[in-house]
Design a protein. Sequence first.
Length: 183
Amino acid sequence: MNAINAIIRPLTDTDAEIYHELRLRALKEHPAAFAQPYESQAATTLDEVAIRLLETSESPHDFILGMFLGEALIGMVGFRRGRGDRLQHKGTIWGMYVAAEVQGQGLGRILIREAISRASDIFGLEQIDLGVISGNDQARNLYISLGFESYGLEKRAIVVDGNYHDDELMQLFLGRRGGAHRT
Ligand SMILES: CC(C)(COP(=O)(O)OP(=O)(O)OC[C@H]1O[C@@H](n2cnc3c(N)ncnc32)[C@H](O)[C@@H]1OP(=O)(O)O)[C@@H](O)C(=O)NCCC(=O)NCCS
């Protein structure tokens, strides 16, 4: 079973090439699942990718997790915490992807659970939000099964090749985590 052998760790600048390659695959295979167009990622240089990964890995509250089977990067998910006193109680999960050849084997669930667990360890982090494009039942079912609740629908949120797609907005409440920023 693949899941037993999977290793998850935060990605950093030395992972730029494999991250860029997998991110390009994700955007090419599922153009409607992500806000970023393939072309914009393709136009990003490896140096720029490395800088972004380094900055993220050095940030105390953001991360991009990679899932590996052996040497191969086969999954990724990003987390970004809100900035400033009024937004730091929440964070966003973005860029969730598992390589097509290993989808449906439980790896995505393990990967996002790890992201939620790491986010839950951040002091003062109380809730996680994400968006899922309408019709992406694979991802939606996964998020619902983990406790994410739907709170709205942004109509015509993205345009892909002239077609509009709605974005379902979802939240997971982690409970009060200390709330030191609250008055
Ligand atoms: C969404 C995604 C990350 C899920 O990863 P995965 O490894 O295939 O998922 P898992 O095998 O861990 O399955 C987890 C749950 O997802 C849901 N799911 C998985 N495949 C499904 C399918 N074909 N149809 C419906 N639901 C499905 C189920 O709820 C499943 O739980 P279950 O097996 O207990 O029923 C993966 O399919 C993917 O990368 N999709 C393309 C990119 C994408 O849509 N990213 C999300 C953007 S918001």
